[in-house]
Design a protein around this ligand. Structure first.
Ligand code: ASP
Length: 324
């Protein structure tokens, strides 16, 4: 899978932004596919194995909460994914720092940020949710909590990411213009047999970020939001923009107002575009699932796709997008 296509700087400032309808392209589950009767799983990007895992669990009666956790853990363990869990790309100091969150149908949530040396931050986030009076633990506190709860400390760097970091050190160039296809953050939303909805999101964040930087992924409302009455949404891309526009919460609120998941994602992404004329230089993508089992996704730039697992199929769907 090639993920090395960089966006060119467009230098658009202060211009009225034309609204170009997104391009829809066919997959077995087209974007126009409406509702799924049974359990449904959606996930950012093309994480076939993760959504397959969640789909299998849902089929056998697992709760949406267990399915999202187990599903995203597949990617946390995938060393080939350099933006999640083990094998994640480090920050500028060479440390892999992980952000993750989980949200349950009852509205409870747990989150960890700037967590180091733990392969499964989402599992720690779930413990925060279930075993503490808090929502979010960060850094050393999150690590201590994980260790006290039996998680093992391990080196998250490997030969490949160490070598890439060494190479990066030669120039130490941090480009805020980011790769539109190299955000491998997994955000997942599932609806189980009972119609209950849960979500999870996990990442090592932007490659070579500043030490201490936390992105949108562990922030409830930004990288993930669930309202079991309405649906759920997850985001990927430039975390700073997703935080500033509270994209996942926004998408859920738009669905509450009656928008389809696709339209809600589109409007959430358009909000980012409207508020930042520099949108040509970064990617933001949002996916959503509503209570009727309808799914949707939308991105600023071409190149984003998402998984839909439903009715025994596990398909990658090309997302609509604003600008090619
Ligand atoms: N949203 C993530 C972050 O900003 C990055 C990504 O989705 O790839 O940390």
């Amino acid at each position: 899978m090639k993920r090395r296509h960089f966006i060119k700087k467009a230098g658009i400032t202060g211009m009225a932004i034309p609204m170009i309808p997104g391009t829809l392209s066919a997959a077995t589950f087209s974007e126009e596919q409406k509702s799924f009767a049974g359990p449904v799983c959606i996930a950012t990007w093309n994480f076939h194995e993760a959504s397959k895992k969640a789909g299998e669990l849902l089929k056998t009666g697992s709760s949406a909460l267990d399915a999202v956790q187990e599903g995203v853990m597949v990617e946390e363990s995938n060393v080939a994914n350099t933006t999640v869990g083990i094998g994640g790309t480090p920050d500028r100091e060479g440390n892999v720092t992980l952000d993750a969150c989980i949200m349950a149908p009852d509205g409870n949530a747990g989150s960890v940020a700037y967590l180091q040396n733990i392969e499964h931050p989402v599992a720690v986030a779930r413990k925060v949710m279930e075993d503490t009076p808090h929502v979010m633990l960060v850094g050393e506190g999150a690590l201590n909590f994980a260790l006290q709860n039996g998680f093992e400390k391990q080196d998250l760097l490997n030969d490949k990411t160490r070598a890439a970091y060494k190479e990066w050190l030669e120039e130490k160039k941090y480009q805020p213009i980011i790769n539109i296809e190299n955000h491998d953050t997994i955000g997942m939303v599932c609806m189980d047999k009972n119609g209950d909805i849960a979500g999870a999101c996990t990442t090592s964040g932007l490659a070579y970020k500043m030490q201490g930087r936390v992105g949108d992924s562990p922030i409830i409302g930004a990288g993930l939001f669930i309202d079991n009455k309405i649906g759920g949404a997850a985001a990927t891309g430039m975390g700073e923009e997703i935080i500033k526009n509270v994209c996942s919460f926004l998408a859920v609120e738009l669905m509450r107002q009656g928008k389809s998941p696709k339209e809600a994602c589109k409007q959430a992404v358009e909000r980012v575009i409207e508020r930042n004329p520099g949108y040509m230089d970064f990617q933001v993508a949002v996916i959503a699932l509503n209570k009727n089992g309808e799914t949707g996704g939308y991105a600023i730039h071409d190149g984003f796709s998402y998984m839909v697992n439903a009715e025994g199929k596990n398909e990658n769907v090309k997302s609509g997008f604003y600008k090619g």
